[in-house]
Design a protein around this ligand. Structure first.
Ligand code: KIV
Ligand code: ZN
Length: 390
């Protein structure tokens, strides 16, 4: 990393098509994956993790075809720590203009017990597999899975081995969503301070949302020196999901005053890709989800609606247009006030005198008490009742 712009740049690594798709029930078809990869590329995602090529022939073909059709983004595939996985991954990603191999192994005591390797045996395996990947591809990412529950001395040791073996990105996964923001930052800072060669590579953060802290943990890691965030659209991912791309990107944009880091993401494309991922994965976005939920830019209470009509900044920290929405929605319900009703009726083509508004307002409140939400058609019906002869 050289100039200031590069130091402040945070790379966005999207894993919707790999970790996101691993979410039970979220499988996407080959064509859907290609379409999502195209949208990710268009929105400015730096690295697309397109899948896990050894997992199935379908996964291999999807990664290969995404690589063949790739434009600007780096195309990455995942592989476990063995030569067969890594070779298969390379066969799929090598067609990309900018390929990356991502290889990983679980380094925490619980994960070391699964292949039954002692610390030295695992260190040796990491050395051999990362070197093998680097002989195939000059862009290699290595991840110590469950890094946040790995002993610090051992983590430093294996990260150093991976760097010496040729890894260009070291990703630090919080695989089970266990860490907290201060700890996430301390871990990255500790690695940068202690590991020889740390200044030659990019540190990455990969957080899961089991305790609802994935976004906070990712941003804390960036403040400590990580320069790649791994994330998914809508936070799709196993269990409680991964860090949501739209959240970290908008947080860095809206609070650039205190987090002065840039991404290349065209945020006006967020809403469109969020809707498309929800459709193809079958995972609906919760109404109150930050940034992309149906209610994220909707206001119902009278005080909020009145404030919004006078100055949108009163109750909105982002403009809807920044995420690709055309306008804020004023939801008409029992909490709405006269100013919002007048504005809504004006949009529907009714200009009312004060006494007419007073009358409609009474009938609107009675209707709103009976209904959760009063739609435009309900208001038109109210107006027609008002104007129709007795
Ligand atoms: O959560 C995790 O540890 C992963 C790795 C494979 C990077 O997804
Ligand atoms: Zn993960």
């Amino acid at each position: 990393m050289t100039d200031k712009t590069e130091q402040d740049r945070v790379l966005i690594f999207d894993t919707t098509l790999r970790d996101g798709e691993q979410s039970p029930g979220a499988t996407m078809t080959h064509d859907e994956k290609l379409e999502i990869a195209g949208l990710l590329d268009e929105m400015g995602v730096d690295i697309i993790e397109a899948g896990f090529p050894i997992a199935s022939d379908g996964d291999f073909e999807a990664v290969r075809d995404i690589a063949i059709n790739s434009r600007n983004s780096v195309i990455c595939g995942l592989s476990r720590a063995n030569f067969k996985d890594i070779d298969r991954c390379w066969e799929a990603v090598k067609h990309a203009a900018r390929p990356r191999i991502h290889t990983f192994i679980g380094t925490s005591p619980l994960h070391r017990a699964i292949p039954n390797l002692d610390m030295d045996e695992m260190a040796d395996l990491i050395d051999r597999t990362v070197s093998h990947a680097r002989n195939l591809c000059d862009n290699v990412q290595w991840s110590p899975m469950d890094a946040t529950r790995t002993e610090h001395d051992y983590l430093c040791r294996v990260v150093e081995i991976a760097i010496k073996a040729g890894a260009t990105t070291i990703n630090i996964p919080d695989t089970v969503g266990y860490t907290a923001p201060r700890e996430s930052a301390d871990l990255i800072r500790m690695l940068i301070e202690r590991v020889p060669g740390a200044d030659e590579i990019v540190f990455s953060t990969h957080c899961h949302n089991d305790l609802g802290m994935a976004t906070a943990n990712s941003l804390a890691a960036v403040e400590a020196g990580a320069r790649q965030i791994e994330c998914t659209i809508n936070g799709l991912g196993e269990r409680a999901g991964n860090t949501a791309l739209e959240e970290v990107v908008m947080a860095l944009k809206v609070r650039n005053d205190i987090m002065p880091y840039q991404t290349r993401i065209d945020t006006t494309r967020i809403m469109n890709i969020s809707r498309r991922v929800a459709q193809v994965s079958g995972f609906a976005v919760q109404y109150n989800k930050a940034i992309v939920g149906k209610n994220a830019f909707a206001h119902e209470s009278g005080i909020h609606q009145d404030g919004m009509l006078k100055n949108a900044e009163t109750f909105e920290i982002m403009r809807p247009a920044d995420v690709g929405l055309t306008e804020t929605s004023l939801v008409m319900g029992k909490h709405s006030g006269r100013a919002a009703l007048r504005a809504k009726l004006r949009d529907l083509g009714y200009e009312l005198a004060d006494n007419q508004l007073a009358d409609v307002f009474v009938r609107f409140k009675a209707l709103a008490d009976r209904k959760k939400e009063v739609y435009d058609d309900d208001l038109v019906a109210l107006m027609q009742d008002q104007t129709s002869p007795e």
